[in-house]
Design a protein. Structure first.
Length: 80
């Protein structure tokens, strides 16, 4: 996602459209626009923090951010 006009504090930040998935990896309808602080790629499963927690990474500290990609998931184990 590109935004050529944005708050100065967001210049240089990569924005991603993140679609929620269920535990079975099936996509859900909901999505969020998040700042990518870890260099995630298209199709990767990521962990997103929202609200005031989104402003706790080194990249997003004290910036007008409400959602941040803070981790790329390597593996997901779900107990039956």
């Amino acid at each position: 996602m590109w935004a050529t006009r944005k708050d100065e504090s967001l210049v240089g930040m990569k924005l991603q459209i993140v679609r929620q998935v269920g535990l079975d990896y099936q996509p859900k309808e909901s999505f969020v626009i998040a700042v990518d602080s870890v260099g995630a790629g298209v199709g990767e499963i990521v962990l997103v923090a929202t609200g005031s927690s989104a402003r706790q990474t080194e990249l997003t500290k004290n910036k007008p951010i409400d959602a941040v990609i803070m981790a790329i998931v390597d593996k997901l184990d779900v107990a039956d």
